[in-house]
Design a protein around this ligand. Structure first.
Ligand code: AP5
Length: 213
């Protein structure tokens, strides 16, 4: 299965991609995670991406498309993959079509998580993550066993800089302007499936499984 998980910031794409990985073995390709890693390592890509991410804006298509192209060619993607946070512009969607075409593949489904604005704001303000292994928690919805510490490695949890209130607002504006049109692109191809993203992560996952059949 070659899948795209689509939805606004905080819709639960990363959370559900992890469940798809655990159930179907499909690797999660998160452009956000790849870019955050580049920022952490201080690479050239990270230096270019950091100010844009911190302002809630998109990193240029040319940079992100290159990252995904390289990632999709790795052997673990042969049986399938889950794209999380890509494509985010119609230009990225077209580039994805071209790169998959050259590999003799195409997207099977685009699963769009539908969550109202006030819910995503609540999810983002309570999100905490582990800087060591990237595990994601929520202060009330998915709290760690020991407050403020990663369940797996005990590292102190942090808040993502782009989860600050004013950056969340900018990310939502960017989403509406640049990313929402991608839905129409896939709807026109008959690939889009809208899934209710409210309720517990397990409930949302059951809905995704039902759509995947
Ligand atoms: P990225 O990391 O992709 O951020 P995003 O799309 O804004 O998505 P998030 O990671 O914020 O949310 P999510 O939907 O994964 O939700 P999560 O599962 O964590 O991108 C960051 C930045 O990188 C962008 O702004 C841009 O600058 C750049 N970038 C990335 N890709 C790019 C691209 N293709 N082109 C250009 N630039 C790009 O859940 C959120 C919280 O809610 C968590 O705390 C979780 O525990 C909780 N939660 C999840 N599900 C539920 C549930 N069902 N009930 C209750 N709580 C829940």
């Amino acid at each position: 299965m070659d899948l795209i998980l689509f939805g606004p910031p905080g819709a639960g794409k990363g959370t559900q991609a992890q469940r798809l990985l655990a159930t179907y073995g499909t690797p999660q390709i998160s452009t956000g995670d790849i870019l955050r890693q580049a920022v952490k390592e201080g690479t050239r890509l990270g230096d270019q991406a950091r100010p844009l991410m911190e302002a809630g804006q998109l990193v240029p298509d040319s940079l992100v498309i290159g990252i995904v192209e390289e990632r999709l060619r790795r052997p673990d993607c042969r049986p399938g993959f889950v794209l999380d946070g890509f494509p985010r512009t119609v230009a990225q969607a077209r580039a994805l079509e071209t790169m998959l075409g050259s590999l003799g593949r195409r997207i099977d489904r685009v699963l769009s998580l539908e969550v109202p604005l006030e819910v995503v704001v609540r999810r983002l303000s309570g999100r905490r993550s582990c800087p060591a292994d990237g595990r994601v928690y929520h202060l009330t919805e998915a709290p760690p066993r020991n407050p403020g510490r990663c369940d797996a490695c005990g590292t102190a949890l942090v808040q993502r800089p782009d989860d600050a209130e004013e950056v969340v607002r900018a990310r939502q504006t960017t989403y509406r302007r640049d990313t929402e049109p991608v839905k129409a692109f896939y709807a026109a191809q008959g690939l889009l499936r809208e899934v209710d993203g409210q309720g517990s992560p397990d409930e949302v996952f059951e809905r995704l499984r039902a759509v995947l059949g």
